[in-house]
Design a protein around this ligand. Sequence first.
Ligand code: SF4
Length: 291
Amino acid sequence: MLQQTQVKTVIPYFNKFTKKYRTLRSLSKSSEKEILKLWEGLGYYRRAKNLLACSKKLVKEHNSRLPQTLDEIKKLPGIGEYTGNALLGLVYNKPTLAVDGNVKRVLARNLNKEEKKINFNKLVSLNSEKLFNISNNADFVEALMEFGALICKPKNPKCLICCLNKSCKYFKSSNKIKTIKKRMIKKKNYDIFCYINKNKKIALTKKNRISFLKNFNLPKVKETNNFSENKNWNLLKKYKNSISNLKLNINLYYKFSNKLPQNYNWYSLKNNKEFIPSFTKKIFRQVLTLF
Ligand code: SF4
C-alpha cells in the first residue's frame, strides 16, 4: 500500500483492510471485486490485484508460508528484486537489503558518488560483512529506508545531527554530488465519451486498452494528438488530470442514450457495489452537473 503513497493516506485503508482480512487464508478467499472496492481511491490498483493473487499462490503452493529464497519469492505475483529482498530481511532476518530510492541516496552520498556510477548490488555484497554484522537485520533493513526518508532526505539532509557525518564524504566534500532527480512527466491528450441515461447512469466498460487504468471501469476513451471535433457528441468540459507521472489534457464529451453499447454496463455513482476508480468518479461528478 505504501508504494508511491504517503503513510497518512494509507493508514485508514490499512486499518480497514486488516480488519476485514485477519489472515492470509481469509485474504486468499476474497475476490478481486471485493479487494478493489476496499482499495477504491488509493490508486495503483495493480498492487491490490497482485496482493490477492499472491495470497492465493502462497496458500495453495506454499502452505501459507513465505518462501525463504529470493528466486522463489520472485515467482510470486508483483514481487521483484526490491520487494523480495525487503521481505527476506524483514520476515526472515536474512542479510539482504532493499535498495530503494532512499537507500541508494544514502549510499551514494556516503561515497559522494553519483548513483548511476554505482553498482549497488556489488556494493552491498562486497560490504556485506560490515553491513550485516548485526543481530537483527530486520530492524536494519527498515531503519535504513527510514533513515533515507527522515535524515538523509532528498532536499536539505540533516547532516549536523546525522550519526554518519564523521565518515560521510558528501558531508565533508566541497564538491557535493547532485542527488535531487527530476521527475519524468509525460503529457497526453484524451477524448472521453460518456453515454448517459435519464437515470443519471453512465455506460462503463472494462474492455479498454488505455495504458493507465487498463481493464478498469472507464467510459469510452480515445487518445488524440490534437483535439478534434467529435460530431454527434456534446463537449461538456476541457480539464486536466494527473495520474502518477502522467499529465492528461481531457476533452469530456457526453451523449444521452437509452441503448447500451456492446461490452458496456450502466453504473451510477451512488449505491454502486463495483469498484470505480477515482479517475472515473471525477468524470461522473462532472457529468452529473448536467442534471
Ligand atoms: S551526513 Fe548528511 S549526507 Fe551524509 S548520510 Fe548523513 S544526512 Fe546523509
